[in-house]
Design a protein around this ligand. Structure first.
Ligand SMILES: Nc1ncnc2c1ncn2[C@@H]1O[C@H](COP(=O)(O)OP(=O)(O)O)[C@@H](O)[C@H]1O
Ligand SMILES: [Mg+2]
Length: 253
């Protein structure tokens, strides 16, 4: 299964992606694809060195559009049957002790280097042509907001999981995502993240009024906040239990 984690900036997409990866890795060969072109904390949160960006394997950002989809697939596929992540050279995959395999698409870092469109195109091509072995799961941690939707990055995904923090903006974005992906017949789930019990009641009411169903909740955990602030490995034992319960209720595990 390929699941894309979407939502408002700061809602907790990277945190929730990692929590899900930690649960899935107990049962599946789990890949976490970092497709956010700006934020760089994910390797630290996972406790690994950053892998070499995949865009470099293909000759850098400037070569992506000239190459086009067919040449990108040929370069990544090797066997010619579609892209298999387990065939990537090891410097492009950082594996954590618990077995989570992190792949990074690429980052924008230099003034005037151009937009992130080639990176979005690479993510889209990768997901669309990705063949999974039976025991493999793929999670894609996205950049904030909705640009990836406009670029059709989700085309190759089986499910979209929207992370909502307790804000009106997050709910409004979730509504747009729901309407978009239900019309494309993709699984669509919402996880409420970072809500205290009192706020949970309020946001559930608001979500209902908007026709949104909250499929799972992860509370605000100070240890998560503190470990991210210090740039340390994610400390989240309680939230992992919440996440496992959510994945069970969604029939993912
Ligand atoms: N359940 C949670 N409890 C406490 N803090 C959280 C939780 N989820 C995320 N955070 C914090 O919120 C901030 C944004 O999280 P992050 O996962 O980077 O969001 P995004 O990837 O959506 O931008 C980080 O400081 C992170 O530690
Ligand atoms: Mg993030």
């Amino acid at each position: 299964m390929k699941i894309m984690i979407c939502g408002k900036g700061g809602s907790g997409k990277s945190t929730v992606s990692l929590l899900i990866a930690k649960v899935l890795a107990k049962k599946y060969k789990t890949y976490l694809i970092d497709s956010d072109e700006s934020n760089v904390l994910l390797p630290k949160m996972l406790g690994v060195n950053p892998p070499k960006p995949l865009v470099e394997y293909l000759g850098g950002k400037k070569s992506i559009f000239p190459k086009g989809e067919v040449n990108i697939v040929n370069a990544l596929a090797k066997a010619g049957k579609g892209i298999m992540l387990d065939k990537l050279p090891e410097e492009y995959v950082s594996t954590s002790p618990e077995g989570i395999r992190l792949i990074t698409i690429g980052k924008v870092r230099n003034f005037g280097e151009g937009c992130a469109c080639p990176l979005n195109f690479l993510t889209r091509t990768l997901l669309k042509n990705l063949m999974l072995n039976e025991n493999e799961m793929v999670l894609v941690d996205t950049d904030a907001g909705i640009e990836h939707v406009g670029r059709g990055v989700e085309e190759g995904c089986d499910a979209i999981l929207a992370v909502v923090d307790p804000t009106a903006e997050a709910l409004m974005l979730a509504k747009v995502l729901k309407d978009t992906f239900e019309s494309l017949h993709k699984n669509f789930w919402i996880i409420l993240n970072k809500a205290t019990p009192k706020i949970t009641e309020l946001i559930e009411k608001k979500a209902k009024e908007m026709g949104l169903k909250i499929d799972g909740k992860i509370g605000f955990h100070e240890e998560i906040f503190a470990s991210c602030l210090e740039g340390k490995e994610l400390n989240a034992s309680e939230a992992i239990l919440d996440t496992a319960a959510i994945l069970k209720s969604l029939n993912i595990i």
